[in-house]
Design a protein around this ligand. Structure first.
Ligand code: TRP
Length: 347
């Protein structure tokens, strides 16, 4: 177990003991509809935390989209799709604040003092940013690409979140957020820290692979969207990569594709992947795919029905964002006022 996983397990115990103590900030780039990888990776966990009574902020970081594409096409549509996916999966806007960070000026203003606290060398060696640059669809590497992890620190610290449920790839950004919080407190805190040092909360659910056996991602065309219909789901799963061994066994290291399908079925059926494998036995990959398809379609049916219902009411979606943005602005204004006081820039 890595240090980050051990810390997450420890935090999980603290959350169980006293959920009201924690403020969670989480979110997704508005680049398209969310898929099963998102669902079992983070969405499911968010809704669980919300149910426990943790205070939750869900950010839609719309400026971050500008880091990796030249044209932010259909941004409004992507933002609405995210809100729909959230509502359908159980994020409750009465209990959780859903907002777009471009609508919260005071949040963005935190970026300036934060950038003064990190070196160009630190920004340049961030492994996640390097990886994104390698896969970027932009004709040049923008300044925003280098600075977005500091922007993400503002996303997290504006509401003084102490927990951030994320995947492994976001750990460098969380580390930078902690560094910025610590340096701000050291330089300006006068003995009273302004910011907490937030922790990453890694999901304990293992990764679901895409239908080609690599990481599930919309841009790779291997993802099953939550909003896909039952036929599309069947078609995608029918084309999923498996192997030639007829007897189905759960062996994530030796048989990653078959095992990921078993895991997906198991998560939907609330069973273990080993049980699902034992039931299929020697019936082969076709039977496995049939089992997974039925399990996924049945599991997602109520989520899809809710999504379709909310999609009828654009005015309601806009209202949720307006309310969330208003709440986020009030919180950000308070924090910025504290930052100004600490920095002696209250004029
Ligand atoms: N960088 C995150 C991603 O690519 C999105 C994000 C932006 C985020 N701000 C955040 C995630 C704050 C958690 C907290 O998925």
């Amino acid at each position: 177990m890595s240090a980050a996983q051990a810390r997450s397990a420890e935090l999980e115990k603290l959350i169980q003991a006293d959920p009201g103590r924690f403020r969670v900030l989480t979110g997704d780039r508005p680049t398209g509809r969310l898929h099963l990888g998102h669902y079992f990776g983070t969405l499911h966990n968010r809704v669980r935390l919300q149910g426990l009574g943790v205070e939750m902020y869900v950010i839609i970081p719309d400026y971050q989209v500008l880091t990796d594409r030249d044209v932010a096409d259909n941004l409004t549509g992507h933002v609405e799709d995210l809100v729909l996916d959230y509502l359908a999966t159980g994020v409750d806007p009465a209990r959780s604040t859903i907002f777009t960070h471009s609508s919260v000026p005071a949040l963005n203003q935190l970026l300036l003092p934060f950038l003064s606290l990190v070196s160009v060398a630190e920004l340049s060696r961030n492994p996640t940013v390097k990886d994104e640059i390698a896969h970027s669809r932009q004709s040049f590497v923008s300044g925003l690409m280098f600075t977005y992890p500091a922007h993400q620190a503002a996303d997290i610290l504006f509401c003084k979140a102490d927990l951030v449920p994320v995947g492994q790839d976001q750990l460098p950004h969380l580390e930078l957020t902690r560094t910025i919080a610590r340096r701000f407190n050291d330089r300006y805190g006068n003995g009273t820290p302004v910011f907490p040092q937030p922790d990453a909360l890694l999901s304990s659910a293992p990764l679901i692979l895409g239908t080609d056996g690599t990481k599930m991602s919309k841009s790779r065309g291997n993802a099953i969207a939550l909003s896909a219909d039952a036929d599309e789901t069947a078609r995608l799963l029918k084309g999923a990569k498996t192997d030639s061994e007829r007897h189905i066994t759960y062996d994530p290291a030796g048989r990653p594709e078959v095992s990921s399908l078993l895991l997906l079925a198991a998560l939907c059926l609330d069973r273990t992947p080993q049980q699902v494998a034992a039931d299929i036995g020697s019936a082969g990959a076709a039977a496995l795919k049939k089992t997974v398809t039925e399990a996924v379609n049945e599991y997602l049916a109520p989520i899809r029905a809710r999504r379709a219902e909310y999609a009828q009411d654009r005015a309601y979606l806009r209202q949720i964002l307006r309310d969330g943005n208003e709440r986020a602005r009030a919180v950000a204004d308070t924090t910025l006022a504290e930052v100004r006081a600490a920095m002696n820039s209250h004029y």
